[in-house]
Design a protein around this ligand. Structure first.
Ligand SMILES: NC(=O)c1ccc[n+]([C@@H]2O[C@H](COP(=O)([O-])OP(=O)(O)OC[C@H]3O[C@@H](n4cnc5c(N)ncnc54)[C@H](O)[C@@H]3O)[C@@H](O)[C@H]2O)c1
Length: 384
């Protein structure tokens, strides 16, 4: 089976890990990249031995079957729509786009043209996410009644070279970070039905301290940076959901779920591996490390982390390889536009509820993605 050619649009911060990882995945061949800043595309093309093209030229290339959209969120819709119109499969970074109606348009247009649209996060397909799903589906912890998700930090301006967009409408911890948590729990519990939330801006201004041309620049914060929500799932589970960039330090695990037969701790959904912990009723935590399973082994350390920070499993491109494999087989792909569109609906419901104080219904419904077996996951890895 021949590989599918891939063109990346958006050659900023996150593009490096995609370009580093892609050759290690089966079924994908990185061909070219493009960026609204041609010099950014040229720099990445030179580094990774691929072609730098104008976006239209990339879309016109017959040897490119998948466009990977790594632009900033406000450009996701127009870039993905243009790629779909050019007849390409699309996989984009999260969120799928900013407006919920636009996400529905992308999913519909892709369906009409017979191409696939997929979206990050694909971390739930990693070893930690698959293990958590296996434990939930096995019934070990019973029916999930409730739980909590926490993402709390002090923001992005100390590490991202150009952090402006995080603090403007379309950014914020909900649109930026909630996709990881929501995709992970929707994969475990199914769709969100209704939300209530409160939101606030802890700091009116942010000072950029990361190295680069923006250092010293002050950003006016124009989107909530703390959001506390209560999510009611269609399954009946209630999840406390807190995302904040106003917190210096905390001690909450990323995701805990409480079932009729026990409790479950899901590893940080920003990464692909990690240790899953669960209990049998009130017994001790039973730890299961996912490192020995495909896409669980730590392979990466952020350049922004101190040398003593632990390594993590960062297998970005897994969702693209899974999409490519599904396109060849003619089966549904898992990190899908429909999932990302539902997650975006839930995020907008949270933000609206935070603004109005009223409960907000989430109208869209989706099926949980099919489970991904270790063997099928392993088949997506070409290795070094
Ligand atoms: N940086 C991270 O660690 C990280 C992690 C996970 C996900 N993401 C997601 O990846 C995406 C990109 O983030 P980033 O940090 O790389 O941003 P970035 O600002 O570093 O890079 C974005 C790039 O897209 C280009 N671009 C913007 N609009 C464009 C358009 N219309 N056409 C062509 N190119 C365009 C910009 O010139 C820039 O080079 C976002 O959706 C973000 O949420 C980032």
């Amino acid at each position: 089976m021949s590989d599918i050619g891939v063109g990346i649009v958006g050659c900023g911060n996150i593009s490096t890990i995609y370009m580093l990882n892609m050759p290690k995945f089966a079924g994908l061949r990185l061909v070219a990249c493009a960026d609204a800043r041609p010099e950014a595309a040229q720099a990445q093309a030179a580094k990774f031995g691929i072609e730098a093209l104008a976006m239209d030229a990339l879309f016109a290339r017959k040897d490119i079957g998948i466009v990977v959209n790594l632009t900033t969120p406000n450009a996701h819709f127009e870039v993905s729509r243009a790629a779909i119109e050019a007849g390409k499969h699309v996989f984009g970074e999260k969120p799928i786009c900013v407006e919920a109606a636009h996400a529905r348009t992308l999913v519909e247009e892709a369906g009409k043209r017979g191409v696939k649209i997929g979206c990050a996060p694909d971390t739930f397909l990693g070893a930690g996410g698959r293990l958590a799903r296996e434990i939930v589906d096995s019934g070990k912890v019973g029916r999930i009644l409730s739980g909590s998700c926490f993402l709390m930090s002090h923001g992005m301006e100390h590490w991202h070279p150009d952090p402006e967009f995080f603090f403007k409408p379309g950014g914020g911890p909900i649109l930026d970070m909630a996709p990881y948590y929501l995709s992970a729990i929707v994969n475990l519990l199914g769709p969100v039905a209704r939300v209530r939330a409160r939101s606030s801006i802890g700091f009116a201004e942010r000072l950029v301290t990361s190295q680069g041309p923006r250092k010293g620049h002050r950003i006016k914060v124009e989107t909530p940076t703390t959001v506390m929500a209560l999510l009611e799932f269609a399954s009946g589970a209630d999840i406390m959901f807190t995302m904040s960039w106003d917190v210096w330090k905390h001690g909450h695990p990323p995701i805990e779920l409480y079932g009729t037969e026990g409790s479950l701790r899901v590893p940080d959904p920003n990464f692909f591996g990690g240790t899953v912990e669960y209990t049998e009723r009130g017994g001790d935590w039973i730890s299961v490390d996912s490192a020995a399973r495909p896409f669980g082994k730590p392979n990466w350390r952020s350049p922004n982390w101190a040398a003593n920070m632990p390594d993590r499993a960062n297998y970005r491109c897994l969702g693209i390889a899974e999409l490519a494999s599904a396109a060849v087989k003619g089966t549904p792909h898992r990190a899908s536009g429909a999932l990302a569109s539902h997650v975006l609906d839930a995020m907008h419901a949270i933000l609206e509820s935070g603004r109005t104080g009223a409960a907000v219904e989430v109208a869209s419904r989706i099926e949980r993605p099919a489970t991904l077996s270790d063997a099928d996951a392993a088949s997506l890895w070409r290795g070094n």
